[in-house]
Design a protein around this ligand. Structure first.
Ligand SMILES: O=C(O)C1=C[C@@H](OP(=O)(O)O)[C@@H](O)[C@H](O)C1
Ligand SMILES: C=C(OP(=O)(O)O)C(=O)O
Length: 428
């Protein structure tokens, strides 16, 4: 479906964004493995998280949807999952695929995991490698590096894994397998990735410790059902933060957004660029810090973003590139090769689509160089490569353009932010 986005003078008002995708996935998965009934509020009813629900239902877990955002997961216990009689289809969701592979590695049954065309291109060797090292039998295309993947799990031994990438999906997959392994399992990463798994495992009563730089769990640790309050997703809020930062006269409040420090790179960088962002009513909700974000437009200037900041804003880089087109001078994003293995190659797709608005964007081996400030041109017909973040980033570019833009395959937005188009309409 095509979506036509009209320019907006500014954005204003008060809004809420849907629940955090990373936390919603984990609430369902950990609830499924727990003893007792887990209650989840603020769940993201996006396509990716619904894929997680579907996969765990196929393994016999009862998930009751009390409303779109509230669900009850009847835990099967650590060893209660059943062999699925059909393929586990994760749709477009890398998080479902990789975290679930960690769980499947611990099961004494056979399973097959696949997903859409994008998932079948994304690297799975980063999880199947360490899971095989732990003892899981995994096969698939390219010697088990690409889905479809078949898993025969069980009989795992704990390892200390030095991950070559700062990836929460890798860390989580290994730690989840570690719950089923003999002894201790640890993961060390080159840059710290989001820590929702560690926080939520603790909320489910599993000790997660740090030993010699390894984040560690003890095999056999049982999970006890918990009540999970999912905060608003800062990765979704990012589209609104950038819209408000670049549209002069904007003044927007986004209520109840997760501000876990492993996720707030976008706030740090937008502030450094010159946007005004305040965190109001900072509080702890369950296991995660949250706040209301008050953002106002500013005169933006270019910045360099690299190193350990990258995992703290990895999913926000396409929309950060849009902000950079409206900043004076050069913005460089480096050390971000990981962008190439997301739903699309986000270095290539961000550059190609932003150029359609007249932006000056150079693709780098490990990132992007954007030179501002450019008055973005209307009339673009944007391809989205079925990548929700590209669709929404380009919608934000359209808000700042001098005419309407058409965004192709808009339905991908439902992966993480159902209702985005309506919400943007309401804050004009
Ligand atoms: O663990 C998670 O929930 C996620 C981790 C990140 O991926 P990587 O682990 O591949 O960096 C992120 O890009 C993804 O949207 C969600
Ligand atoms: C990369 C993303 O998700 P996943 O890896 O779960 O597909 C994303 O949401 O931007």
């Amino acid at each position: 479906m095509d979506m036509v986005i009209q320019p907006a003078g500014r954005v204003q008002g008060e809004v809420k964004v849907p629940g955090d995708k990373s936390i919603s996935h984990r609430a369902v998965m950990f609830g499924a493995l727990a003893d007792g009934v887990t209650q989840v509020r603020g769940f993201l009813p996006g396509a990716d998280c619904l894929s997680t629900v579907d996969c765990f239902r196929k393994m016999g877990v009862e998930v009751e949807m009390l409303s779109e955002t509230e669900l009850r997961v009847k835990g099967a216990g650590l060893d209660g999952l059943q062999e699925p009689s059909d393929i586990l289809d994760v749709g477009n969701s890398g998080t479902t695929a990789r975290l679930m592979l960690g769980i499947l590695a611990g099961q004494n049954f056979h399973s097959t995991v696949t997903g859409d065309a994008s998932i079948r291109r994304r690297p799975m060797g980063r999880v199947t490698g360490p899971l095989r090292e732990m003892g899981a039998v995994i096969d698939g295309r390219e010697d088990g590096r690409l889905a479809p993947l078949s898993v025969r799990g069980g009989g795992l031994r704990g390892i200390n894994y030095d991950s070559p990438v700062g990836s929460a999906q890798v860390k989580s997959a290994v730690l989840l397998a570690g719950l089923y392994a003999e002894g201790m399992t640890g993961v060390k990463e080159p840059e710290q990735s989001r820590d929702h798994t560690e926080r939520m495992l603790r909320a489910f009563g599993v000790p997660v410790t740090e030993q010699d730089g390894y984040i560690t769990v003890q095999g056999g640790s049982r999970l006890t059902a918990a009540e999970i309050e999912v905060p608003g997703d800062i990765s979704s809020a990012a589209f609104l933060l950038v819209a408000a930062a670049i549209l002069p006269g904007s003044d927007l409040i986004i209520r109840g957004v997760g501000i876990n420090p492993t996720r707030t790179g976008i706030i740090d960088v937008l502030r450094e660029m010159g946007a005004q962002i305040e965190c109001l009513n900072e509080r702890i909700s369950g296991d995660e810090p949250i706040a209301d974000l008050h953002v106002k437009a500013g005169e933006l200037k270019g910045v360099t973003v690299r190193g350990n900041l990258i995992p703290r804003l990895i999913d926000e880089i396409p929309v950060l590139a849009v902000a950079a087109t409206q900043a004076e001078g050069v913005t460089e994003i480096r050390d971000a090769k990981e962008l190439k293995v997301k739903e699309s190659n986000r270095i290539a797709t961000t550059a190609a689509e932003l150029r359609k608005f007249g932006a000056q964007v150079e693709e780098l081996e490990d990132g992007l160089r954007i030179t501002g400030r450019t008055k973005l041109q209307g009339g673009a017909v944007v391809e989205t490569y079925h990548d929700h973040r590209i669709a929404m980033a380009m919608a934000v570019a359209a808000l700042a353009a001098d005419g309407a833009a058409t965004i192709r395959d808009w339905e991908s937005v439902d992966v993480s932010f159902p209702g985005f188009a309506q919400l943007v309409q309401n804050i004009r």
